[in-house]
Design a protein around this ligand. Structure first.
Ligand code: UD1
Length: 418
């Protein structure tokens, strides 16, 4: 077990290289099961979600080799259609493998997935979509078991624009017979990235980024070398942290076009933001104004994955804010921890009511999930005095070299064994 020791109060200055998007890389790794060709993913982020996904791929018989900043995957000898519970529980994205494993083996057996405990997170839309393509699904002692003779393209209408369900159905449809159309598809940039990757393998997918994705089944796929888009959530976390701490930072490989909703709010807070090509510069005097209300929404709305970090920021803005979480039910678990630091936040149902204070105080706090954990680190860096942040395994799921990057900006943060 490890913890961070953070001495808050330093302003942040300098450059950060943004990692590749976790939420692009995970479905792309799942997609690698579809092909016998060699796949190279460049700029792979070293986060535990990726390492766990690689472990699952190796269980399926795929060979993966880290090569410099890339990962090479050869699925030509894949021979297993089962993902056991000890691996699936580590990683919610294991559910994305249903689509590609059923496509490859006509069978898939996957234990119910794990991931952040941020609400119910059902997989009903994934399963309904797969059924529309001809998959028979049963549940056998904690496993989802899928069988089909062949996959056949069809129209799939999603009740809500689920990111994971859209991606899973895309993966199942790529080598199905005929054409699949996903209506009310999620429009997240990571879905466009998956489309780009699949098309580089030889698939015929179009429409990602709009509400309808069209997939014309193909017989064979080849290999490719692919660089995923920047991680807009990691980028957003650094921008919010610098806004709270004050200072001036420059993000390289930032993907500003996918961060409009956050940049808009940060400007309202009083931060100076400039975008130069793939770089974002943020300057903050630390004297921030509250934004009246923020609501999480599917893309292009404000991302639920930045809700916790932005709430932490509201805690040190002058005035009141209301933050509404519309996607996941229990995504305010970090709030009692922020209160230990002197934050004035009250949660009622899906809303957090925040009254800004001049400054937070250092405290010992526990990360309960990935983004909530990052929010606590940002709060501790901006606070007066010493904090300890426990349960770093949550944070390590999504942020590679987090403390190194923060230290390079001037943050006083070290990781120690408990
Ligand atoms: C993905 C992201 C996660 C992000 C989320 C929302 C990955 C690896 N993870 O998660 O970081 O927070 O999108 O942007 O990309 N739902 C159902 N039934 C289903 C599936 C989803 O009701 O079968 C509901 C969920 O409970 C939630 C909403 O749909 O309320 C959105 O979830 P979804 O978009 O599926 O999130 P994930 O794909 O799990």
């Amino acid at each position: 077990m490890e913890k961070y020791i953070i001495n808050g109060g330093n302003s942040l200055f300098g450059n950060v290289d943004v990692q590749s998007a976790k939420n692009s890389v995970l479905p792309i790794l799942a997609a690698a099961v579809l092909t016998d060709g060699e796949v190279k993913i460049n700029k792979i982020p070293h986060i535990t979600d990726v390492h766990n996904m690689v472990k699952i791929l190796s269980r399926l018989g795929c060979k993966s080799v880290f090569d410099g900043d890339g990962l090479i995957i050869d699925s030509s000898k894949a021979d297993c259609h089962e993902i056991p519970s000890e691996l699936a529980h580590e990683l919610r994205s294991s559910v994305f493998l249903l689509g590609s494993v059923i496509s490859r083996f006509r069978m898939a057996k996957i234990a119910y997935p794990g991931g952040c405990d941020i609400g119910l997170r059902p997989v009903d839309l994934h399963l309904t979509g797969l059924k529309r393509l001809g998959v028979k699904i049963s549940e056998e002692s904690g496993y989802i078991v899928c069988r089909c003779e062949k996959l056949k393209g069809n129209e799939v209408m999603l009740d809500c624009p689920s990111v994971g369900a859209t991606e899973n159905i895309m993966l199942a449809a790529v080598k199905a017979e005929g054409t699949t159309v996903i209506r009310n598809a999620a429009r997240e940039p990571e879905i466009e990235d998956l489309q780009k990757f699949l098309n580089m393998l030889g698939a015929k997918v179009r429409g990602a980024g709009s509400g309808s994705v069209y997939i014309e089944g193909v017989k064979n796929l080849g290999g490719c070398s692919f660089t995923p888009i920047p991680d807009r959530i990691e980028a957003g976390t650094f921008l919010i942290t610098a806004a709270m701490c004050g200072g001036k930072i420059l993000l390289n490989n930032a993907g500003a076009e996918n961060l409009s909703s956050l940049l808009h709010k940060l400007r309202e807070n009083g931060c100076k933001i400039q975008v130069f090509g793939d770089k974002i510069e943020l300057e903050s005097s630390k004297k921030l104004y509250s934004v009246k209300s923020v609501e999480t929404q599917p893309y292009p709305g404000f991302p639920t994955d930045l809700q916790a970090q932005f709430t932490a920021l509201c805690c040190v803005c002058r005035g009141h804010s209301i933050i509404t979480e519309n996607l996941f039910e229990t995504r305010f678990k970090y709030v009692p921890e922020l209160r230990k630091m002197g934050a004035d936040v009250t949660v009622v149902g899906r809303c957090a009511f925040v009254r800004g204070v001049d400054t937070l105080r250092g405290a010992n706090v526990v990360a309960h999930d990935l983004r909530g954990g990052a929010a606590l680190v940002s709060a501790a860096l901006s606070a007066e005095g010493r904090s300890e942040v426990f349960e770093l395994s949550h944070i390590d799921r999504g942020y590679g070299s987090f403390e190194y990057k923060l230290r390079a900006l001037g943050g006083d943060i070290v990781r120690v064994r408990v």
